[in-house]
Design a protein around this ligand. Structure first.
Ligand code: G3H
Ligand code: 13P
Ligand code: ZN
Length: 331
């Protein structure tokens, strides 16, 4: 028996993204795989009064079991009421790769899905995306498509180099597929190693500065499809304080470089209205867990290390909403 997101009090992303484009900010899209992550995301978004997109990847479904995971998300609306302030919540499939996966999510309470056909040929991407849109729109579920390929790892797919989105293709893609939003490739990538040190320059303090995002391509895209909601994946900034804590307490992260926050702030003021962040949350939690493990060797209650990890994640996401995405106060 299928269940509609509307019966769960969730919303699709249409109105939220439109308001964000018009208002010059971006809605946070944070991934979760477990209880502590969803708690931190919802607490941070309630405290900053921000709308939120809860993202579930197929890796998350495999890790946590799709039934348990969606039931966690189904509790989100009641949980935020208990926290004292109602915010709009979208439950979104991140990087759906088949029609069947998207359909399963739509039939089970998701209000938004991504169909990522970016690794297929252009025509195959269009055909797959259009099929998902037709099914999703019958259920008033919104769909994100992707044009262009991000360097890095997306689930099991590894792309060595970026293929930037081709501005000349966007009108055709958007009109033939009917997507509600479009993920583009302008220099972001997944994971905590977005650039090699060789790709960076150094500022006067010797700090590595990565090459800027391709705002020229973004501007071209905006001219072709004015006001159309644009999504940025791979938008972690890789805070060096977490990398340092992880390495201080026995970790071994090398060349961990992300997208500078000022660049994301600039993007959020444009038609970029959904920004995906996962790796920064992983770094925050890992730093907190490592610190407890190293400084309290007698501790063996998972709540005593997952609790601090959750608290650090909440602080990080409050900072993103307040200072990077500009979504605070928009709920
Ligand atoms: O884009 C990928 C997201 O960070 C999700 O990662 O596939 O390892 O769950 P995952
Ligand atoms: P990061 O790896 O940069 O956090 O990107 C996450 C993402 O794009 C999820 O879809
Ligand atoms: Zn992504």
């Amino acid at each position: 028996m299928s269940i509609s997101y509307k019966d769960l009090g969730l919303v699709n992303s249409r109105e939220l993204l439109k308001k964000a484009v018009d208002g010059g900010y971006a809605i946070p899209a944070y991934n979760f795989n477990n209880l502590e992550q969803i708690q931190a995301i919802l607490q941070a978004c309630v405290e900053t009064k921000s709308p939120v997109i809860l993202q579930v990847s197929s890796g998350a479904r495999k890790y946590a079991n799709s039934t348990l995971l969606r039931n966690l998300a189904r509790g989100a609306v009641e949980y935020v009421k208990e926290l004292g302030y109602e915010i709009p919540i979208v439950l979104h499939l991140d990087h759906g790769d088949t029609f069947e996966l998207c359909k399963d999510c739509i039939d089970n309470g998701f209000s938004s899905v991504m169909i990522d056909g970016s690794h297929h040929s252009y025509e195959d991407n269009i055909a797959l995306t259009k099929k998902v849109v037709e099914y999703a729109h019958k259920h008033d579920v919104t769909v994100e498509g992707e044009l262009g390929v991000l360097a890095g790892i997306e689930d099991d797919v590894v792309a060595e180099h970026h293929t930037y989105t081709e501005p000349d293709e966007v009108i055709d893609f958007v009109s033939r597929t009917g997507v509600d939003s479009l993920a583009i490739s302008i220099g972001t990538s997944h994971g905590a190693n977005k650039f090699t040190p060789e790709q960076c320059t150094r500022d006067e303090n010797g700090v590595l500065v990565p090459p800027p995002l391709r705002f020229d391509i973004l501007e071209e895209i905006e001219k072709k499809i004015p006001g159309f909601p644009i999504v940025l994946h791979g938008s972690s900034s890789v805070p060096q304080k977490y990398v340092e804590t992880i390495n201080q307490y026995g970790g071994d992260l090398k060349d961990s470089i992300g997208i500078p926050e000022e660049q994301l702030r600039k993007a959020a003021k444009s038609a970029v209205c959904k920004i995906n962040i996962d790796s920064d949350g992983r770094l925050a939690m890992t730093a907190a867990v490592r610190e407890v493990m190293a400084t309290k060797p007698g501790e063996f209650d998972p709540r005593k290390y997952l609790g601090p990890a959750r608290d650090e994640l909440k602080q990080l996401y409050m900072h993103k909403n307040n200072n990077v995405l500009g979504s605070a106060g928009k709920a």
